[in-house]
Design a protein around this ligand. Structure first.
Ligand code: F3S
Length: 754
């Protein structure tokens, strides 16, 4: 599977000088987060200190990981760059498209059939461009990355929000959109606002029923779903050091649920043990040689209030198991208070399904601790009262726990092993239920529990807990059960109690696997043909966008003047459209269908100036395109907030929209528009928004002298023959102006490669 030890050694070689330069630039001791970030500046050694939460900084990540749903557009775009190989080591993981229905083998074989064209495309494009390909069934992206690619002090981006999982091994790992992944694979720097820092000091030691999951469930309760926004969470203290690497990964994984940019732990004995256990002794040796750079400076941890923007302290000796939910992961209940909460809130007390595993919690330690409870249940004459499923995070873990007999134990308890894939965690779950709308309760060891996330039923009350608690609850079949205090009645009518779970951090006989599911790329991919069926409805090769014509843009029709909130979901809706995310033309049929038209307060109804009739936004835009007429979209405040979904920028570009003029942009969307060669401009005076009339013809003037910081002018030709004009602002720097002129950032890279 070829983790790249030479690349890692190169990263480590530069650590001393870069950390020293960062200390000089900032004039203070450094947190681990700062060390890693400053060691990955794309400019090289730090020449200045960056203001946290203020400055935008260019970084050079070491790796890229992509899951199969988001990889499609990322790689279709990457193909536009004309590079023979990816610029940094990259991998693709087939995990999101497998539906859980019957059991691992049947579900995997159905998925291979249903998603064949997507898998064939991803396999061939990976083969061609030097990307490691993890086949369906190999495992879930974050677990596979943790086992194979994460390394202390590294920096990676991944096209999935739980990419921070790799922070368990001391890596700054950040979830991004496909456009960012494409840029880094194409060799461009990656921009991030220098994050704020939250320090979490862990004292004491976990014991009994409490596990690493409870740390993050507690933190989520303290910080809430927004508390980590724009920040990196750094864990430290004796309690942090004592956690297993996989336990740390669970904590970092769920940092996504508090909105954190990422989370990270320092390098220590447990990290070293995990690296050696997963056959990466070379990395452990290399990391040991620069150990002092792979933790924050001692002064920082001695006086955290002085160096972090916020500090939280948790005493693990006192930490209770937690159950969070329903419907939000920050509603945190200590086990001792949960039964009362269930009754007071009238949540369905009968537990219908307990689900363990996922990318969050399927380590050897998690499985063995849960299996110890399953074993007790069998020995004590108990059968699981709720349905119980196990989703292994990787084939490595699945094979190893099967070899060691744990899957048998679950089987005896009535558990069903699902494929090594996302499955029920992302709604890919054909749940067996007599009424799919009934109020009901489930509990998972996953990370997210928003309404409909798991089974599409808004009345499913989903709770999140550790795998141990999920297993105990599944045995009891009752949400009001407290395994620490309560007895259960066994098949003989006896009162029995579950003992504390016990497990092993790593397998005594070592990890084993027959076929991990990895496919190495061709050494020379130049002759590999990327497989895309021209008749496919799910995949479509991209054509480069046209360059700017070299003149002012005149005579634009107004496509829509959007009123109020217009998020990336209004611009490019998710849900059923997601299956088209590898097909730009088909997914463009959702363009702006959620936006409210200012002139009739209706979604997806705009005036077609060619016919005078109202019709859907995409169809109207296609009519203009067919007549070679450019259009403009007008928007309100914070246009494009939400996700980093690049489709929201690509669709208007593809359908012939020339400019987006708004009161203000969400920054990521603004950058995505610029990357696609689109004109993204803002009203200098936001009152000018009112001047735009439905049947205006609109010019954008000043483009022949387009320059950073220099305003452009918008001229409105109203239907009554009058004209008015006003200034508009932009934030293009010199490089981004070149993107605009070339028709998109990738067109420039392609030219450089030619
Ligand atoms: Fe997959 Fe759920 Fe993790 S969707 S990547 S198992 S958060």
């Amino acid at each position: 599977m070829a983790f790249d030890i030479d690349m890692i050694k190169k990263v480590y070689e530069r650590y001393s000088t870069r950390v020293a330069a960062a200390r000089t630039a900032t004039g203070k001791p450094l947190t681990l987060t700062e060390k890693i970030l400053y060691a990955h500046l794309s400019e090289g050694e730090a020449k200045q200190a960056y203001a946290r939460g203020v400055d935008y900084v260019d970084f050079a990540p070491d790796r890229v990981a992509m899951q199969d749903a988001t990889a499609q557009m990322a790689l279709l775009q990457f193909m536009q760059a004309g590079r023979p190989q990816v610029a940094v080591p990259s991998t693709v993981h087939c995990d999101h498209l497998i539906q859980a229905k019957i059991g691992a083998n049947e579900d995997l074989s159905t998925a291979k059939d249903v998603n064949k064209e997507v898998y064939d495309f991803l396999a061939s494009v990976s083969d061609k461009y030097g990307i490691g390909f993890w086949k369906p069934g190999a495992g879930i992206i974050h677990q596979v990355v943790l086992e194979n690619y994460a390394f202390p002090g590294g920096m990676m981006i991944g096209t999935d929000s739980h990419t921070p999982n790799a922070g368990g091994l001391g890596m700054i790992a950040i979830g991004v959109g496909g456009a960012d992944a494409c840029d880094v694979m194409a060799g461009l720097p990656w921009e991030l606002k220098f994050p704020k820092l939250i320090g979490v000091k862990l004292t004491g030691k976990l014991s009994g029923w409490t596990s690493a999951k409870d740390v993050i469930l507690k933190v989520a309760g303290i910080l809430t779903v927004k508390g980590g926004t724009g920040a990196i969470v750094e864990y430290f203290g004796e309690g942090a050091e004592a956690l297993s690497a996989t336990g740390k990964a669970t904590i970092c994984n769920m940092g996504a649920e508090i909105g954190a940019t990422t989370s990270v732990f320092g390098y220590g004995e447990r990290s070293e043990a995990y690296l050696r256990g997963t056959k990466r002794a070379d990395i452990a040796d290399a990391a040991n040689a620069i150990k002092e750079h792979l933790n924050g400076d001692p002064e920082v941890y001695a006086n955290p209030e002085q160096y972090f923007d916020e500090v939280i302290e948790i005493n693990l000796n006192e930490l209770e198991p937690h159950i969070n939910g329903p419907f939000t992961p920050d509603l945190a209940w200590p086990l001792s208070k949960f039964a009362t909460a269930v009754k007071e809130n009238n949540w369905p007390e009968t537990l219908e399904v307990g689900l363990i595993g996922s990318c969050t919690n399927s380590s050897y330690e998690d499985i063995t601790r849960s299996a110890s409870l399953a074993k007790q249940a069998i020995d004590k004459g108990l059968k699981a009262k709720a349905e119980f499923t196990i989703t292994p995070g990787s084939e490595l873990v699945r094979y190893t726990v099967e070899r060691d007999g744990y899957l048998d134990t679950f089987d005896q308890m009535g558990g069903i092993v699902l494929a090594n894939a996302c499955g029920p965690c992302i709604g890919q779950w054909a749940r067996h239920t007599d009424d799919p709308t009934r109020r009901n309760s489930i509990i998972t060891s996953f990370n997210r529990n928003f309404a409909k996330r798991n089974d599409g039923n808004p009345n499913t009350h989903a709770f999140v807990a550790s795998p141990e608690i999920v297993t105990a609850f599944a045995i009891a079949g009752d949400l009001t059960f407290n395994p620490i205090t309560d007895y259960l009645t066994n098949e003989k009518g006896e009162q029995v109690k579950l003992d504390e779970p016990e497990g092993l951090e790593m397998p005594i006989k070592g990890y084993a696997v027959e076929d991990a599911g990895y496919q190495a790329p061709a050494q020379d991919g130049s002759r590999v043909v990327v497989k895309v069926d021209p008749n496919s409805s799910r995949l479509q090769l991209l054509d480069p966008f046209k360059p700017w014509e070299g003149t002012d843009i005149t005579g634009l029709k107004l496509l829509i003047k959007a009123k109020g909130k217009c998020t990336t979901d209004h611009i490019s809706m998710a849900g059923p459209w997601l299956k088209f995310r590898g097909h730009l033309d088909n997914i463009s049929n959702n363009m702006l269908i959620g936006a409210i038209n200012y002139f009739n307060n209706t979604a997806d109804s705009v005036k077609n100036e060619l016919t005078g009739e109202y019709g859907p936004v995409p169809a109207t835009q296609r009519a203009y395109k067919a007549h070679g007429i450019g259009t403009i979209v007008i928007g309100d405040e914070n246009y494009g907030e939400g996700s980093s979904r690049e489709h929201a920028a690509m669709e208007p570009r593809h359908l012939g929209v020339r400019a987006i003029l708004v009161k203000s942009f969400a920054r990521i969307h603004e950058t995505n528009l610029k990357k696609q060669g689109m004109l993204a401009i803002t009203f200098a005076d936001s009152n000018d928004y009112e001047k735009i009339q439905e049947d205006d013809k609109i010019d954008i003037v000043g483009l022949t002298t387009f320059a950073p910081g220099k305003q452009l002018t918008v001229v409105l030709h109203h239907h009554d023959g009058t004209t008015e004009s006003f200034a508009v602002n932009h934030t293009y720097n010199a490089q981004q102006i070149e993107w605009f002129k070339a028709g998109g950032a990738l067109n420039i890279i392609r030219k450089q490669m030619a």
